[in-house]
Ligand binder design. Structure first.
Ligand code: G1P
Length: 288
């Protein structure tokens, strides 16, 4: 099993982030000096995956453009002798091989993944990363899943423990812990009620999927919210071939949640020495 491609669904409306996302895709909102989606693509690249398949819609071309050359801007920077900035924007254009597939109707995450079938199925297995889930740590999140998927030859999903009152925002799993932090999944429930969740282990937006997921995606009917849920197809995979979950190590920010998004901005700015002191100085008097 060799994971070469990552599917990044980016066709969602971003209603949680309105009005900021009225005309800007939520994946293009900046976290410090880069759009959210660039962090996601960089995580894939750090995990050895350089073929990116965006599942997009008619209003999201700017995402593909971000990973392409902007020759006019390059010429301006070149003439101005701004070689450092020139190198930065060229590096973004060259970091990944990009394919874009239109999801003509937004019928859910499962439907978005199904749109990639013709491009990824022949590889036998592929990664999926949700375009607004940010993960940071020494070992990139998706690589932690790739390592287990390649050795066990099964689909692997990333999970993290969440507070009980937050379980209804996620797909929640239950299973048997077969190695520390690795679970054989028995049950998955998409966005359960707080008192009906089988555990506090939430699916975060990282998956490595074997291609039989497409068979299951075609079997499921609309689930939670009337959408084709990836979680429901994963239940069929768990019942048949088997499915693993890995507790991901690292820090996670949901860029669609304002407090997490703003924290991520401060966290990243803090990594830069020249900004840190100034930021702390300005923030301190604002604290209650
Ligand atoms: C999707 C999945 C859900 C998962 C979540 C992680 O939900 O359906 O199982 O927990 O991503 O971000 P969404 O946030 O797209 O509603």
């Amino acid at each position: 099993m060799n994971i070469r491609k990552v599917v990044i669904p980016v066709a969602g409306w971003g209603t949680r982030s309105l009005p900021a996302t009225k005309n800007i895709p939520k994946e293009m909102l900046p976290v410090y000096n880069k759009p959210v989606v660039q962090y996601v693509v960089e995580e894939a690249i750090r995990s050895g995956i350089e073929d990116v398949v965006f599942i997009t819609n008619r209003d999201k071309n700017v995402i593909e453009d971000h990973f392409d050359y902007n020759l006019q801007l390059e010429a301006v920077l070149e003439r101005a002798g701004k070689t450092e900035q020139l190198a930065v924007i060229r590096q973004v254009a060259e970091m990944a091989k990009v394919t874009a597939i239109r999801q003509k109707k937004q019928l859910g995450l499962g439907h978005a993944v199904l749109c990639a079938e013709d491009v990824v199925a022949a590889d036998g297995a592929f990664a999926v990363m949700v375009g607004d889930d940010l993960l940071f740590g020494m070992n990139p999140g998706i690589r932690q899943l790739v390592e287990v998927a390649e050795s066990e030859r099964l689909s692997v999903i990333g999970v993290m423990e969440v507070e009980q009152e937050r379980v209804s925002r996620y797909g929640i799993i239950s299973g048997e812990e077969i190695f520390p932090g690795i679970f054989r999944v028995n049950r998955l429930v998409e966005k359960p009620k707080v008192n009906e969740a089988p555990s506090r282990l939430a699916i975060i937006g990282r998956y490595v999927l074997t291609a039989d997921i497409f068979l299951h995606l075609k079997q499921v009917t609309s689930g939670h919210g009337g959408e084709i849920q990836l979680t429901d197809a994963l239940q069929l995979q768990a019942d048949n071939k088997g499915l693993l979950a890995v507790k991901i190590h690292g820090m996670r920010f949901d860029a669609g949640d304002w407090s997490e998004y703003l924290t991520a901005n401060i966290y990243f700015a803090m990594q830069h020495e020249e900004l840190r002191d100034d930021l702390v100085r300005r923030l301190k008097p604002l604290l209650p």
